[in-house]
Design a protein around this ligand. Sequence first.
Ligand SMILES: Nc1ncnc2c1ncn2[C@@H]1O[C@H](COP(=O)(O)OP(=O)(O)OP(=O)(O)O)[C@@H](O)[C@H]1O
Ligand SMILES: [Mg+2]
Length: 291
Amino acid sequence: MVGQRAAEGRKGGRAGMRLVGGTALAHGEAVRLDGVSIAFTLKGGKRYVAVEGIDLAVMPGEFVAVVGPTGSGKSTLLNAAAGLLKPASGSVTVFSSALSGLNARAGYLFQADALMPWKTALDNVAVALEPQGVPRAEALARARDWLAKVGLATFTDRYPHMLSGGQRKRVALAQMLIRDPEILLMDEPFGPLDAQTRQIMGNLLLDLWAANRKAVMFVTHDLEEAIALADRVVVLSAGPAAKIVGEFKVDLARPRDISEIRLEPQFHALYKEIWSCLRVEVSRAYAGGPA
Ligand SMILES: Nc1ncnc2c1ncn2[C@@H]1O[C@H](COP(=O)(O)OP(=O)(O)OP(=O)(O)O)[C@@H](O)[C@H]1O
Ligand SMILES: [Mg+2]
């Protein structure tokens, strides 16, 4: 099974090709989860196994989207890749080294707003360089550049409450990218935004990513968003003990325009194929977990 998926991945394959079995055992992955299980201890000492036996690797420069029903374990997987959660079994490897502690080579974009309300947009971005000891004048200059790249050149002095939801997400994106992390971990970053702003943010993200390709693990509820952005879509089953139940290569041409690509027949075919896998898990999740 592993071999089949590895071989198919190398062939490139047609759009929507279903990949079967475990993640390819190639070398040089940016981040790699091998047989990862994560359990939480509940009140009274009972253990809840959220995800089990997850094999997932993201290559440098690859954009992987993870979809799955609510509560399936998508954030849990990102937290494992970030080093915020330690697996009960299995291992996390970052650029061929076992991960211990926080993943210093990754940037994390959370679903919730994580900007400091008492700092301006400029300071919120510049502060990300503090741990690296970048002198303040240089940090401010670089923060200004990044705010310009995300279209906020004239908003540098605004505090977060003076910005729209989409603008705050742009600041958060700049805050993550200014550190130039090699791996981007994103947890439904555009979740609270309206559909039109999500598309604008998606296109902005793709433009920035195309200019300097990072390994991306992008969690979303939105299958259309996942297909429009990613090179590969991974489907997680309903929990408990959620597993990867499908992997689909997205062989749509780049550069992509998020709003245009949805109109293409290839996109529809792929959506139908992945949804047939995902819908089963979504129904299971609402029915209270897997049979
Ligand atoms: N600290 C915790 N203690 C106990 N259970 C937890 C803890 N964190 C997460 N869980 C459980 O683990 C499962 C996976 O949670 P997770 O947040 O990863 O889901 P998700 O796929 O990100 O869901 P959503 O799409 O709603 O964000 C859920 O059933 C959740 O209740
Ligand atoms: Mg989540």
